[in-house]
Write a protein that binds this ligand. Structure first.
Ligand code: ATP
Ligand code: SF4
Length: 325
């Protein structure tokens, strides 16, 4: 399915700033505290897109869910999240639902294409979103415009989820996230579980949305995919952002040994070098080590790395590593 370049995209062009300051999220589970996000700070703005990369379980989705104020009930959160001048954590749930969620910032949840309701047509599922948000405009026209903007024909609206392909379902889910014209969308692993050709088509769609002014936070375990779209990137490891800065700078000159390992795991066509998978596992988030969390897997670990690493300023961000003290 190719995108029709003549169909206008549905969101408004705008400039947003997201600033996260000392954010921590802990889950209470079976009598234990899981430190899923631990004292994270970063910011980005002005039509930029941000990638959050890291292994499974490092806290990427939790970070996205905290920005969307949709964490599960067993989560406790502290710190500050500013979206433009809105302090997200200080906004009441009802106010956030009424004015911000889906209207200013929305999320393409991980695996959302598999949670489309099998007993309702796609149109009915769009209608429900608009009704839930008390949308006042022309419902049918808005839905048709949303579905066109992601390169699908209107005939998809009369289909049930099982009647369309995985790539079409993912486009439907993206259209749903955009229907109330948010300024920013958080896309959590939007290409995972799709074959490579469909992955490429979804990336083309996201790039087009970005070109038209949408700010995107792309969450992925795949730094290669992130490098296609994001100007800024945060590398997450065991609940922390260990390196943050401009994508190009980090891609060309990664500073944290974990970032180096992530980049080494991306296959490159022009290189014959063997891919080196990272050995070992990240530490438990129930009782994370007090020193550098990458210590057990780091080829350059030193004695002092048993202490908490300093946050060293780089040209466009920071790196948390004793090597760059
Ligand atoms: P993935 O890519 O596999 O989704 P992730 O990097 O997005 O991983 P999170 O899903 O944010 O990571 O999970 C971070 C940690 O928090 C993991 O150890 C996970 O098991 C734990 N976790 C996530 N949600 C909950 C929850 N509701 N209750 C308890 N623990 C949770
Ligand atoms: Fe490796 Fe030490 Fe840097 Fe941690 S602080 S990544 S152990 S060199």
């Amino acid at each position: 399915m190719t995108q029709n370049p003549n169909v206008p995209l549905i969101h408004t062009v705008s400039v947003v700033t997201l600033s996260v300051d000392d954010l921590s999220v802990q889950y209470q589970s079976q009598g234990k505290k899981i430190h899923a996000v631990d004292h994270i700070s970063f910011s980005f703005s002005e039509g930029e897109s941000l990638g959050i990369a890291g292994e499974s379980g490092c806290g990427k989705s939790t970070l996205g869910l905290a920005v969307m104020k949709t964490l599960q009930e067993n989560a406790s959160v502290s710190g500050k999240i500013l979206f433009d001048d809105i302090s997200i954590l200080e906004t009441s749930d009802s106010e956030f639902t009424k004015d911000i969620r889906w209207k200013q910032v929305s999320m393409i949840f991980q695996g959302a294409m598999n949670s489309l309701d099998p007993v309702f047509t796609i149109k009915k599922q769009f209608m429900e979103i608009l009704q839930k948000h008390n949308f006042q405009g022309d419902h049918v026209q808005t839905i048709e415009s949303a579905i066109s903007s992601v390169g699908l024909s209107h005939s998809v609206l009369d289909k049930y989820p099982h009647e369309i392909s995985g790539g079409m379902k993912q486009r439907v889910v993206i259209a749903m996230a955009l229907i109330l014209k948010p300024k920013m969308v958080i896309a959590d692993e939007p290409t995972t579980a799709l074959d490579v050709l469909v992955q490429a088509q979804i990336m083309i769609l996201l790039k087009k949305l970005k070109k038209d002014g949408l700010s995107i936070i792309l969450i992925s375990h795949d730094l290669g995919i992130i490098s296609e779209i994001a100007e800024k990137v945060g590398i997450m490891y065991a609940g922390q952002i260990v390196e943050f800065g401009n994508m190009e700078e980090i891609y060309k000159n990664p500073k944290h040994p974990y970032t180096v390992a992530l980049l080494d795991s991306i296959p490159k066509l022009q290189e014959t070098k063997k891919i080196t998978p990272l050995k070992g596992n990240p530490p438990s988030l129930v009782n994370p080590p007090s020193g550098c969390r990458f210590y057990d897997r780091c080829p350059q670990a030193m004695e002092k790395c048993k202490q908490d690493p300093p946050k060293i300023k780089t040209a466009s961000g920071f790196v948390m590593c004793w090597l760059h003290e």
